[in-house]
Design a protein around this ligand. Structure first.
Ligand SMILES: Nc1ncnc2c1ncn2[C@@H]1O[C@H](COP(=O)(O)OP(=O)(O)OP(=O)(O)O)[C@@H](O)[C@H]1O
Ligand SMILES: [Mg+2]
Length: 179
């Protein structure tokens, strides 16, 4: 059972950011499950045309991305208005994308996940049924603007086992498992 203090705590929204294959979905699901929070997969907010474009190995343009980011922002706003915390994945590679997500949403903070390129490549080769092909990794790494010191959030490496990454992330975020 939550204590009344926990129930009245303002919602906490964690946006798990990073390049394709860095481990966002894996750690985001684990943090949400551990905390008992809602989870959303940012990839699911893409339009069908964006998915088709990525599938064919073409990077998205900013014009493709703004409606996607707005849709993720809408999910965040809905969580906050219901008073519910949540975790959502969103590559959010550029500062401008993160600023859009944060604009008017002070509950948002970022979990910036990264791993060495070789680690990501190795993991992606074992992944199937995913629309992001490994060929997009170099362009993703070139686009990435790391979290700035004035942005709310923390950075963690996703090296190690998923359990180690979860523990590292909870600690960096200052979150404690309930109960
Ligand atoms: N700590 C880990 N150890 C081993 N494999 C991992 C770890 N974290 C993630 N993986 C694997 O690496 C691959 C990429 O991870 P994941 O799907 O979580 O990345 P992502 O950042 O969500 O990628 P995308 O942006 O393309 O959705 C998956 O196959 C996942 O199972
Ligand atoms: Mg993912």
């Amino acid at each position: 059972m939550d204590s009344p203090a926990q129930r009245s705590a303002p919602p906490d929204i964690i946006v798990v950011m990073g390049v394709s294959g860095s481990g966002k979905s894996t750690v985001a699901r684990a943090v949400a499950a551990t905390m008992g929070w809602d989870f959303a997969e940012g990839d699911n907010f893409h339009s069908a045309s964006n998915v088709a474009k990525m599938h064919s190995g073409h990077p998205l343009t900013d014009a493709d991305r703004w409606p996607w980011l707005e849709a993720i922002g809408d999910w965040i706003s809905a969580q906050v208005s219901r008073g519910e915390s949540g975790v959502v994945t969103c590559s959010a590679l550029r500062r401008a994308y993160r600023d859009l997500l944060r604009q008017g949403r002070p509950a948002v903070r970022f979990l910036d996940v990264s791993a060495p390129e070789q680690t990501i490549e190795g993991r992606m080769q074992h992944r199937s049924g995913h629309f992001m092909p490994p060929s997009l990794l170099p362009s993703q790494l070139a686009t990435l603007e790391p979290l700035g010191p004035d942005e709310p959030g923390v950075e963690v490496t996703t090296e190690g086992t998923p359990d180690q990454v979860l523990e590292r992330s909870l600690e960096a975020l200052g979150l404690r498992k309930p109960g």
